[in-house]
Structure formats: structure tokens, C-alpha cells
Design a protein around this ligand. Structure first.
Ligand code: FES
Length: 446
């Protein structure tokens, strides 16, 4: 018998038990209740722009092929052969009308239908039986290019489930030409820690001045050898006086807005981005060629200091998309994708190319510098939580202090970015899903 859990004991108002991060049985339940029970981000439409394009993805531990079939319909097929179960597609991406199994050669259309098998006269079973087609998610929906899938037939439509988090997503997209981004190649990082450690950190404004201090100080020295300019204002006064804020928007989603505390430099580039070598070359090129219009072009290159987090596995950070892929209870892939913009007629192609070159400069920094700080913390938490049997993770900053928060008419809770209100709230959604009857969540796990 699998163990049963007292969720009210393990998840309390201001702390959670260490087993949420260390127990393999809880991890296994999460793969059904969380990654099988809610909408999960799979891929971006710009990764499969043409008919017959595909990209591989994960729904928790379930391997998928996200395809755009010959009629343009987006599907999420299980990446397992229906003969003996091997991984069907071993490529990350490509364009094909069909997938041929590397083991015995069964061939499947990108609609999932079994197209043919070698030496079909050897089968008494009718291989046209639909049970031999690739299983696929019955519910796949997109919001402005972001493709989500769910195994839960009772989930509301995607847009309803996203709710107020669509507003920062819209703002994040609408600053770009045509209100769009194109997702670039993946930069895959792996850490030895639970997937929730990354989600816990994604709106955390409390750790920044400590964990990323060397990055911030280097940035300030790089930009301002005199020490007179403000640069990043993280150091000014008490963290509680900071104007940046965090908002919990419901269903596990939240975002952190750092813009009020980071000075925007002349030319549209945020201070923290000024660190990256090679930036000035492209910035100068744009200034020389465009004159006064250069500021608007530089604005497109500069990333927005916001972290928008869609439960359970997607973050939009600056100009990046980050996806959290659970591997085991103590192993996670943190996959970073840069983004670029495309011409919508506003700019000439040379300018778009320079903007994108500059975007790449600004996107190289954090995964290579700041993420190291974060991953070290995640791995050391995982070690620390293995020390004591009765260990707790506290998320009590601002707890019991309602004067620090306000709630708007949509139910969005706003508070100081240094408080842990977003964590206390999202873990309630986690608990709600973990307490649900799994038969009601995943009626059909193909
Ligand atoms: Fe795929 Fe045999 S396992 S054809």
C-alpha cells in the first residue's frame, strides 16, 4: 500500500514539512496530482511555425511530441511506441509527416495514427485498431503562443485558469513588434534539488541582495566607477521600503515586478543589463544609424525586470522563458530559452538583426552568472533538508501582518517583494491538488 499523508499537518499556514521536497512517494503523487491535474506548459508555437514541425516536450515525467500536423492542428502525442513502448522520436525538433520507431520500424503519422508496420501479414490482431495509435492529450490549448496541455478533463478553459496572470503576460508580449516573441534554442541546466525549489525562488525578492550580491556589485562597478550613480537600488535603505512588489494572481500563479527599483538608463536599457561585453558595440551601431529612434530600438533589446510565474512549470524572466522539468524528487532540469523579435514593418531588417544581437547579449548574463547563485542555493537546501527527520521550511516573512498586503477586486494579492506571501498562497493550490481524488483528476492516462 502506498503511504497516506496528512496534508494539513505537512502543509501549514506559514511552513511546510521537508518531506514535500525529499519524499519520493510525494514526488510520484505530484506527477499525477500536479503535472497530471492542472494545465502544464509544453512548448511555444514559434518552435513549430510550419505544418509538420515538431518539438519534444515533457508533461511531468511523460515524454511528449508536440506537433503541428499537416492541417495545422497542434497536438501533444505521447512519445512512446505502442508496440513495445520505446521512445519513438529521439530528436529534439524537426519537420516530418511521420515518425518511424527505431526498434522494429512501426510508422506513425504526426496525427498519432499508426500508418504501417513491417511485414503486416505476421499479425492476427488488426493493426488498424485505434489502440495501436499513439496516445495523445485530449486537451491542448494555447494562450498567445504558449501551448499548454492537461490530462484533467475537468479543468476550465486555459484562459480562465490563467486568469489575471494574463495581464502581465500581455504587457510582456505587447512591448514587442506584433506583440510576439520567437523562442530560441534551449540552454539546459540541471540541479540536484526538487523542482519546487525553483518555483519557490521565482518571485522571491528576499534573496536577491544576498545571493546575487557579487553580480550586483560587479554590475554597479562596471557601470559606475565613481560610485555616484544609483544603478540598481537594491541596496538603498530597508528592503521593506522597496517599491518593487510581488502579486499572487490565483491558481498558483504569481509575478514579481522589479521595475520600480531599477533605474532605467538613457537609451532604454535597464541598469542590470549593462554588464554584458559586446553590448555597447550594437548599441552604438543603433544610435549612429537611427539617431533619436535608437532609444525605442534599444527598448526592444532591453529585457523587462519582471518574473511572471505560471504554475507549475513556466517563468517569463526578463526576455527569457524558463521551464522547470522535474526528473526525480532531488533532480530538476531548469531549461532556459532566449527570445528574439521579428520585423512587423516598423523596423528595417538590419535594425531587427542588431536588436536581436543585443537581446542575445542581455540574455547571456543571468543563466551563466545569477543562475549559478540560485542553483547552489537549491542544491544546498536539498542537502540541508536531509539532516533532520522533523525539519520544516518556513515561509513566514510578512505572515500575520495584513497591513503589508492589499487585495484588488479580482482577488489579486499585492505585497512587498521581500515577503513570502506568494509562496504561502501557491502552496495552498499545490495542497488542494494533492488532496483531490486522483480518479477525478486523471480519468484517462493513456
Ligand atoms: Fe516500436 Fe517495436 S517498439 S516498433
Amino acid at each position: 500500500m502506498p503511504p497516506t499523508y496528512d496534508w494539513d499537518d505537512l502543509v501549514q499556514a506559514d511552513r511546510v514539512h521537508r518531506t514535500l521536497y525529499t519524499d519520493p512517494n510525494i514526488f510520484a503523487l505530484e506527477m499525477t496530482h500536479i503535472f497530471g491535474g492542472t494545465w502544464v506548459y509544453l512548448a511555444h508555437e514559434s518552435q513549430i511555425p510550419n505544418n509538420n514541425d515538431f518539438v519534444t516536450a515533457k508533461l511531468g515525467l511523460r515524454p511528449l511530441i508536440v506537433t503541428r500536423d499537416a492541417n495545422g492542428k497542434i497536438r501533444a502525442l505521447y512519445n512512446r511506441c505502442t508496440h513495445r513502448g520505446t521512445t519513438l522520436c529521439r530528436w529534439d525538433k524537426g519537420n516530418t509527416k511521420s515518425f518511424q520507431c527505431p526498434y522494429h520500424g512501426w510508422n506513425f503519422l504526426n496525427t498519432g495514427q499508426l500508418r504501417g508496420v513491417p511485414w503486416p501479414d505476421g499479425y492476427t490482431a488488426d493493426i488498424r485498431d485505434p489502440k495501436f495509435n499513439l496516445a495523445q492529450l485530449e486537451r491542448v490549448e494555447s494562450y498567445r503562443g504558449f501551448i499548454f496541455g492537461t490530462l484533467n478533463p475537468d479543468m476550465p478553459p486555459l484562459i480562465e485558469w490563467l486568469g489575471p496572470i494574463t495581464k502581465p503576460i500581455d504587457d510582456w508580449l505587447d512591448r514587442n513588434p506584433g506583440g510576439k516573441v520567437v523562442v530560441c534554442e534551449a540552454n539546459r541546466l540541471k540541479y540536484k534539488g526538487n523542482w519546487k525549489l525553483a518555483y519557490d525562488n521565482s518571485s522571491d525578492g528576499y534573496h536577491v541582495i544576498y545571493s546575487h550580491r557579487s553580480l550586483i556589485e560587479t554590475e554597479n562597478r562596471f557601470n559606475d566607477p565613481t560610485g555616484k550613480e544609483k544603478g540598481m537600488a537594491f541596496y538603498k535603505g530597508s528592503p521593506d521600503k522597496l517599491e518593487m512588489y510581488v502579486a499572487y494572481t490565483g491558481n498558483g500563479h504569481h509575478f514579481k515586478d522589479k521595475r520600480p527599483n531599477i533605474e532605467k538608463r538613457a537609451g532604454g536599457l535597464w541598469a542590470i543589463e549593462s554588464l554584458h561585453p559586446g553590448m555597447e558595440y550594437y548599441a552604438e551601431k543603433l544610435r549612429k544609424r537611427l539617431g533619436p529612434r535608437a532609444d525605442a530600438a534599444l527598448d526592444l533589446a532591453g529585457s523587462e525586470p519582471v518574473n511572471i510565474n505560471v504554475f507549475p512549470n513556466l517563468s517569463l524572466l526578463g526576455n527569457h522563458i524558463q521551464v522547470f522539468e522535474p526528473v526525480s524528487v532531488n533532480e530538476t532540469n531548469a531549461v532556459w530559452y532566449g527570445t528574439r523579435v521579428e520585423d512587423d514593418g516598423t523596423w528595417d531588417q538590419e535594425t531587427i538583426d542588431d536588436i536581436n544581437a543585443l537581446r542575445m547579449r542581455t540574455q547571456e548574463g543571468f543563466p551563466n552568472l545569477g543562475e549559478v547563485d540560485d542553483i547552489t542555493n537549491f542544491e544546498q537546501i536539498q542537502v540541508g533538508l536531509g539532516c533532520l527527520e522533523d525539519e520544516w521550511v518556513y515561509m513566514n516573512r510578512g505572515f500575520g501582518m495584513p497591513e503589508r498586503f492589499r487585495t484588488d477586486e479580482q482577488g489579486v494579492i499585492y505585497g512587498p517583494a521581500t515577503d513570502e506571501v506568494f509562496m504561502r498562497e501557491y502552496i495552498k493550490e499545490w495542497k488542494r491538488l494533492m488532496q483531490a481524488d486522483p480518479n477525478l483528476i486523471v480519468r484517462r492516462d493513456p
